[in-house]
Ligand binder design. Structure first.
Ligand code: UT7
Length: 339
């Protein structure tokens, strides 16, 4: 969309986030399963994560708090928002999507669209891609993107599930994007992709719409009800795809690794992020990680980490920022933007 000679772009207005108060350290996990602080820190870089207190926080309440934080930082009211895009892996209900519940919880005096998307760890980049297309084509002027996740209630917290359960945490991140023409700010490009042949490498298989009845009492432990992951396989693909995606998006936009001021990568494993940066020749000083404190919060990791990096003054207006993520599906993506 153009006004005169000015091209409308998607500008990042603000970020916000919210995590539950309850801190669960690696030592707390040692009491639940055969694991160790040393193993978890060495293999993935996580020291602690936040888990909800059941009955206190929900996917919706975390989402609403993160959204209010983003609205406050942008000095906006809910009615200033034209559309919501909501990403989450485990919703409050099977349906309706939590995006609609968020529209109600934030207290809009108008009806607006709420789009729920299910792209796991890549949800923020998928959301950004949709919001960017809406804004540049003039469909909506200002979009609230939210990723909110509660993993703690659906993990197998015994030794049987330790390869997955030590990794994930609860939390929500939000971002407000809007139409603008400032030449020093805005999204340059968002690239997203999927490869469904690897769906069984990281998933929760049940309950499924193919089951009749969908949920039944099962006296035996059913592993399909819990997340399963081929960790080494996912790790290898994450490094390859994240490196490839960033390399391609930079090449297409004539940007070199040296030009990039800051990288925010999905927070699954500190070793994955180090390898990606190393392959691109970007120093660790140009990134910020939150997984040591919050673990992997899937759809929420990028907005949480961006929010914290901005609050800490590590990312400033006009900086060239690269985002990159990889997750279940497999899905992945990257983005380049001037903050
Ligand atoms: O967000 C979506 C994307 N997700 C990811 O990117 C995750 C990708 N994968 C990973 O980050 C890593 O594969 C893990 C951190 C999950 C695992 O690290 P790893 O170096 O690949 O370990 P492993 O699965 O090969 O397991 C090594 C050993 C095994 O024992 P043996 O067979 O060598 O005796 C596991 O049983 O570590 C054992 N192990 C554990 N030990 C203590 C697995 N989980 C744990 C644990 N605590 N929590």
């Amino acid at each position: 969309m153009e006004f005169g000679v000015l091209m409308i772009k998607t500008i990042i207005r603000s970020f916000g986030f919210s995590v539950p108060d309850r801190v669960v350290t690696n030592h707390d996990l040692e009491k639940m399963m055969d694991t160790s602080d040393e193993w978890i820190q060495q293999r993935c870089g996580i020291k602690e994560r936040r888990w909800i207190t059941p009955g206190k926080e929900t996917t919706l309440s975390l989402a609403a708090e993160a959204s209010r934080d983003a609205l406050k930082k942008a000095n906006l009211k809910p009615d200033d928002i034209d559309a919501i895009i909501f990403g989450c892996l485990v919703s409050d209900h099977i349906f309706p999507g939590t995006g609609c519940l968020l529209q109600e919880a934030l207290g809009f005096s108008k009806t607006i669209p709420a789009l729920d998307i299910r792209n796991q760890c890549s949800a923020f980049l998928y959301s950004l891609s949709i919001a960017d297309a809406w804004i540049r084509s003039g469909v909506y002027r200002r979009v609230l993107i939210v990723g909110s996740e509660i993993h703690s209630t659906s993990l197998d917290k015994t030794t049987r599930g330790r390869d997955v359960s030590v990794l994930f945490g609860d939390g929500a991140g939000a971002c407000i994007v809007e139409a603008g023409t400032d030449k020093n700010q805005g999204i340059i490009e968002v690239q997203i992709a999927s490869e469904g042949k690897y769906a069984d490498k990281l998933r929760v298989a049940k309950p499924s719409s193919n089951d009749d009845p969908r949920i039944k009492f099962e006296p035996e432990f059913n592993p399909h009800l819990f997340p399963s992951m081929d960790g080494k396989y996912v790790f290898k693909h994450a490094v390859e795809r994240m490196t490839q995606s960033l390399t391609e998006i930079c090449k297409k936009n004539n940007i070199t690794a040296n030009d990039i001021d800051f990288v925010i990568a999905h927070q699954a494993n500190a070793r994955i992020n180090s390898m990606v940066l190393q392959q691109l020749g970007i120093p660790e000083t140009k990134t910020h990680n939150t997984l040591q404190k919050y673990g992997n919060t899937t759809a929420a990791t990028i907005p949480i980490t961006m929010s914290e990096a901005v609050d800490l003054g590590k990312i400033n207006r006009g900086n060239l920022v690269a985002l990159v993520a990889f997750g279940s599906g497999f899905t992945w993506g990257s983005a380049l933007l001037r903050f």
